[in-house]
Design a protein. Structure first.
Length: 158
């Protein structure tokens, strides 16, 4: 009986420690300072691809809410809290871009918060209609001109 109690206690301790470490790792990942932007870039890439996959499955229309792409992000291990870090910039049709060779790739999603990289410049990550992502740097925390240049001039659905 004592041996069974010891085994049970060991199992409970191991399970509790594992759960605690999993929660702590998730917390660290969400709050990690990543001056290179690698984690944020990979998350943006997954969100961008999730949006394109969503559009392909939903009448070629991009989602209106980042949480709509969660089923496409399960392999990327992104949680609903992670999608709150992103802002959808275009909610029209994927066809607006794929049916026109003259239309350059445009921003469809961006990571909401800019941060300072290791060189002291402000950085922000963008996902584009062709599936690629870019990190754009500015010396001041003002991305408006660059975003306007790379945002769609199309009317969604036209």
């Amino acid at each position: 009986m004592k041996q069974e109690t010891n085994n049970l206690n060991t199992w409970i301790l191991a399970w509790g420690l594992t759960a605690f470490l999993a929660v702590m790792l998730a917390f660290v990942r969400l709050n990690q300072k990543d001056p290179s932007g690698y984690i944020a870039f990979e998350d943006a890439r997954q969100c961008c691809l999730g949006m394109i996959m969503y559009a392909n499955d939903h009448g070629r229309q991009f989602p209106k809410n980042p949480n709509q792409i969660l089923p496409y992000l399960s392999q990327a291990n992104l949680a609903p809290a992670d999608t709150n870090l992103f802002e959808i910039r275009f909610q029209g049709s994927l066809d607006d871009f794929t049916n026109s060779s003259s239309t350059p790739s445009r921003i469809i999603v961006l990571r909401s918060g800019p941060w300072r990289n290791q060189d002291g410049k402000w950085a922000r990550i963008y996902g584009f209609t062709d599936g690629h992502c870019e990190t754009h740097l500015e010396s001041e925390n003002n991305f408006t001109n660059w975003e306007n240049l790379h945002s769609t001039a199309l009317n969604p659905g036209n």
